[in-house]
Design a protein around this ligand. Structure first.
Ligand code: NDP
Length: 293
């Protein structure tokens, strides 16, 4: 069997198109333009690429993009003052502080200073609590992307066995909460999990969010399972240069899985699309308007 490829680029294009339509309607019917503020501290090259891409896509769907680039040695007080200003700015509906922050800044403190209603990354402790208790929240973009693709592929996820490999606050844990919310039977695996291959072999859904190149081989995958590969790892090519691979060995896994996301072109493109969708949602909530579907 060869797996169906879940095309994250196509999904992302679809999400962006829907967001753009709704943004146009908001402008026309209510004179409101959603605004996303992105704060980048320092010059981490990968973060610069992400921030540029977020800004470009924000403008492409018709939203306002506000970029705040701060020096690497910016003090916590100055960063918190900027967040305070963005929290009260009515033109800003979403605030994203690009992580990781330089070591002298306390990430938890900074993230929890964002108004939860504008926390489009869904990392604020209030949003984490709301998600964990099944209440309306801002849902972190990467797990939300995975859930959207799983729902589109399966329809109902109810009763399916799901394994999430990785327990980070930004991917693994919220992913597990979302799957639980959709009535999966969820196992969260991590570096101390015993018999990981057997745990993965039981799963109808495998979400790999580890950060270890191709660590999940095809023979761990149950025949017909759906595999969502969140990992983004850059490895050396034997002939020189580098390439991106996921946490799953795509070649062997795609011979057993029913469906699988590629890397690149799977979860990655969807993440920014979901950020835009979250910004639209935040804007609608802030203005007391019906939320987009
Ligand atoms: P973290 O490093 O925060 O978490 C990795 C998790 O993997 C930890 O829970 C760790 O366990 C677990 N782990 C490490 N080694 C093993 C192992 N041998 N067996 C089982 N579990 C293991 O990573 P993130 O969650 O931030 O990111 C994971 C991957 O997803 C990365 O490749 C990252 O680049 C990618 N990513 C992609 C995004 C996208 O848009 N597509 C967005 C965010 C991340 P323990 O807790 O025990 O240490």
């Amino acid at each position: 069997m060869t797996a169906q490829i879940i095309d994250g680029k196509a999904f992302a294009a679809d999400v962006r198109a829907k967001v753009a339509t709704q943004v146009a309607r908001l402008k026309e019917e209510h004179g409101i333009t959603p605004g996303l503020a992105v704060v980048l501290v320092g010059e981490d090259p990968a973060s610069q690429v992400y921030v540029r891409s977020k800004g470009k896509q924000t403008v492409e769907v018709g939203m306002n993009s506000y970029e705040h680039r701060l020096d690497a040695d910016t003090s916590e007080a100055d960063l918190l003052a900027l967040i305070d200003q963005l929290n009260t700015d009515p033109a800003v509906h979403g605030i994203l502080v690009q992580l990781p922050l330089p070591g002298h800044l306390n990430e938890d403190l900074v993230i929890n200073a964002i108004d939860p209603a504008k926390d489009v990354d869904g990392f604020h402790i209030s949003n984490v609590g709301l998600l964990g208790t099944g209440q309306k929240s801002m849902v972190p973009c990467t797990p939300l992307s995975c859930l959207m693709m799983l729902r589109a592929h399966h329809g109902s996820l109810s009763g399916l066995d799901a394994v999430v490999i990785g327990r980070s606050n930004i991917v693994g844990k919220p992913m597990a909460q979302l799957l639980l919310g959709d009535s999966c039977t969820v196992t969260i695996a991590h570096s101390r999990t015993k018999n990981l291959p057997d745990v993965v072999r039981r799963a109808d859904i495998v979400v790999a969010a580890v950060g270890r190149p191709e660590m999940v081989p095809g023979d761990w995958i149950k025949e017909g399972a759906t595999v969502i590969d969140v990992g983004i790892n850059r490895i050396e090519k034997p002939e020189g240069g580098t390439r991106l691979v996921g946490d799953v060995d795509f070649a062997s896994a795609s011979l057993r899985a029913g469906a699988i996301t590629p890397v690149p072109g799977g979860v990655g493109p969807m993440t920014i699309a979901c950020l835009l969708a979250n910004t639209l949602t935040a804007c609608c909530r802030a203005n007391g308007l019906a939320e987009p579907e």
